[in-house]
Design a protein. Sequence first.
Length: 257
Amino acid sequence: MIALTKDEQAAVKWLGKRGVRVTEPATLLTYRLSVRAGRRSPDAFGAVFVLNAVLFAGLFGFLLLRLLSGVEGDDLPDGGYVFFVVAATLLTTWLHVRAGDRRAAALLGGERPSPSGTSVLNGWYLTSLLVTFGGGAALAVTMAAGGSLWAVFWLGLLALGAVVDAAILAGIRHRPVLAEDDGSLAVDVVTRLQDVHFLMPSAFALPVLADVVFGELPGEPWLVGYVVLAVATHVTGWFAQQRRLPALPADAHYGER
């Protein structure tokens, strides 16, 4: 009986959920799939540490804004800290995934081809991004024009979320094809589509509800509608994206069977 490492076990589990049974996964797939099954890559620890230090400093600075002259407690979004927590969670996960992919790229060596021009986003996911960040920004600017300092700070938090999702989406879209045979090519297609789920746009819309529930804001019905629309389009996009995932070919090579 083959003794598998924890990374190999995670890769086997990922493949098994998609109908592929192997006793030992290929090394290329182990690098790529173990991190997508919850394992952590040592190559990402340095970047993760720096990232979380920066976001912690940003959160600390955000909390200190209430000490500024003219800023009252109600002017800061109650759910503001959630933006930093979500950003740290998504980017930490993404850095580990990216590290796994880089290990795979180093294993393959040489220049890798670019992905096809097919969009990785379905229309509902794109709509959720536009609603969360575009629609949220429009609401924030409108409220800020009416004298709401809360909206100014909310706009800054939305900008943070937009940067996070833009960085992840750019990484998905521009990542080269990482494949050495038909099996790894099929996995590359599936992971590129599945990685879209790391975006989580509505997670940057939900914190507004804390201010709607516990605060008194102008235009609260608009904010509730905004959150509902962001979540609804995101959930619909999630299911639509799942339907786009092709099945892995049963006769392709994924490792030792």
